[in-house]
Write a protein that binds this ligand. Structure first.
Ligand code: NAP
Length: 256
């Protein structure tokens, strides 16, 4: 009886999987054996193809996650398409940048709603299904939240993002505590600086990009694939005794 990273027979729901980190996670979960439902506001054309190329089922769920309005429908459509939800990856997220003294209420609300409020209520809806179904071979389900280095730090010109991602660390632990007895593990991944749309403005700013690279011991920006291994681990039986943890995948940034 070895350690298992196998996800065969599992159903995974991943938000914001048309691009970037969500895409890499969805494909990696499929490569590990899971069927995958992709929920987001842009059609995940490329991701659907990549998942299907692994031989696994891919289900497309169109949903704008800037409010909680579609949350129950997303869970219902994932269940209809996959038959089960064993894994939820809350990846969809936005960032708004402005100087602190000019930062506006719309930029505050938009980031808090998508990155924190919807994440909690989608987790709640998925957890109700996981808890009512109960544990199979140890685990009843895995919830993986995509946090950030700004779960631990304040950042620059991104106060609502720092607040929301700090909140993601808090609700990860709150959910883990209450769901542990039902066999659901809840963890988060805190990606470091990853080259995606989310960080396009930073990559394009020569000064900020140099400052960031100078601080990363690994000496390079991360790729979405760098996050995928942690996601497979946290989705698999190998992590059944890991809950309430925020796993940094950051090229060593927080160690500096
Ligand atoms: P990305 O390429 O911008 O991906 C963000 C994803 O979220 C996209 O699929 C996006 O869809 C989706 N999304 C945003 N708002 C949505 C909404 N209202 N409804 C449905 N989907 C929505 O950036 P990424 O870097 O891969 O980001 C993924 C996650 O990682 C985010 O939570 C981000 O905060 C986090 N993160 C990223 C980094 C990094 O360095 N890149 C570091 C730490 C944490 P659209 O394509 O339609 O916008």
């Amino acid at each position: 009886m070895g350690i298992s990273f196998d996800l065969s027979g599992k159903g995974a729901l991943v938000t914001g999987a048309n691009t970037g980190i969500g895409q890499a996670i969805a494909v990696a979960l499929a490569e590990a054996g899971a069927d995958v439902a992709l929920a987001g506001r842009s059609d995940p054309v490329e991701t659907l193809k990549l998942v299907e190329a692994t031989g696994r089922k891919a289900v497309n769920i169109s949903a704008d996650l800037s409010s909680t309005q579609p949350v129950q429908r997303v869970v219902d459509e994932a269940l209809a398409g996959l038959g089960r939800i064993d894994i939820l990856v809350n990846n969809a997220g936005i960032i708004r940048r402005n100087d602190l003294l000019d930062f506006g209420e719309e930029d505050w609300d938009a980031v808090m709603d998508t990155n924190l409020k919807t994440l909690f209520f989608l987790s709640q809806a998925a957890a109700r299904h996981m808890v009512s179904r109960g544990p199979e071979n140890g685990s009843a389900g895995k919830i993986i939240n995509i946090a950030s280095l700004l779960t631990f730090q304040g950042g620059i010109r991104v106060p609502s993002y720092a607040a929301a991602k700090s909140g993601v660390g808090g609700v990860t632990k709150a959910m883990a505590n209450e769901l542990a007895a039902s066999g659901v593990q809840v963890n988060a991944i805190a990606p470091g600086y990853i080259a995606t749309n989310n960080t396009a403005a930073l990559q394009a700013d020569a000064t900020r990009s140099r400052q960031i690279l100078e601080r990363i011991p690994t000496g390079r920006w991360g790729s979405p694939q760098d996050i995928a291994g942690a996601a497979v681990f946290l989705a698999s039986p190998a992590s059944d005794y890991v809950t309430g943890h925020v796993l940094a995948v950051d090229g060593g940034w927080l160690a500096r």
